[in-house]
Design a protein around this ligand. Structure first.
Ligand code: ATP
Length: 131
């Protein structure tokens, strides 16, 4: 046990980094929700460029995108640990997965609200100028 801990402490930084990259790539390949988030992120970034949002607004857009992706990765990790610990039906397994999914949903709702606050006035301004 002590040997394992010692070996772990010796893991070089570049390896830890590459494990994390592997996790992101795996998440993108294995999780359908990742593709949905990626499509939403590309759309948000494109609209942000088109509407020439401010630096502060960019910070909120970036925070929303990275926050959802990070939470989705944690959600996927929790799903795998739950499947490992409780392959059959278990009420606690259901609670753990539902709670993790709830965290993603809460952050996603916040991201949609941020998008509405930033983009709707700019779209409205464009439409008024067009008319
Ligand atoms: N071992 C289990 N015991 C009880 N309920 C479970 C268990 N596994 C999954 N569930 C229930 O089924 C739901 C769907 O679980 P699943 O593992 O398929 O994840 P998911 O929501 O499809 O996620 P994703 O689409 O990201 O893979 C969970 O939110 C939970 O309510």
């Amino acid at each position: 046990m002590n040997m394992d801990l010692k070996d772990k402490q010796k893991t070089p930084l570049h390896k830890t980094f590459s494990f994390a990259i592997c996790g992101i790539i795996h998440g993108f390949k294995a999780e359908k929700n990742f593709k949905i988030h990626a499509a939403a992120a590309i759309m948000a970034i494109s609209i942000s460029f088109l509407l020439r949002i401010s630096l502060m607004e960019w910070l909120f857009v970036i925070l929303s995108i990275f926050g959802v992706v990070s939470l989705e990765l944690v959600n996927s990790a929790i799903e795998r640990v739950v499947d490992l610990a409780a392959p059959g039906y278990h009420p606690l397994a259901k609670q753990a997965k539902d709670l993790a999914a709830g965290a993603v949903l809460v952050y996603s709702i916040m991201s949609v609200i941020i998008a509405c606050v930033i983009f709707i006035p700019k779209f409205a301004h464009l439409i008024i100028n067009f008319i």
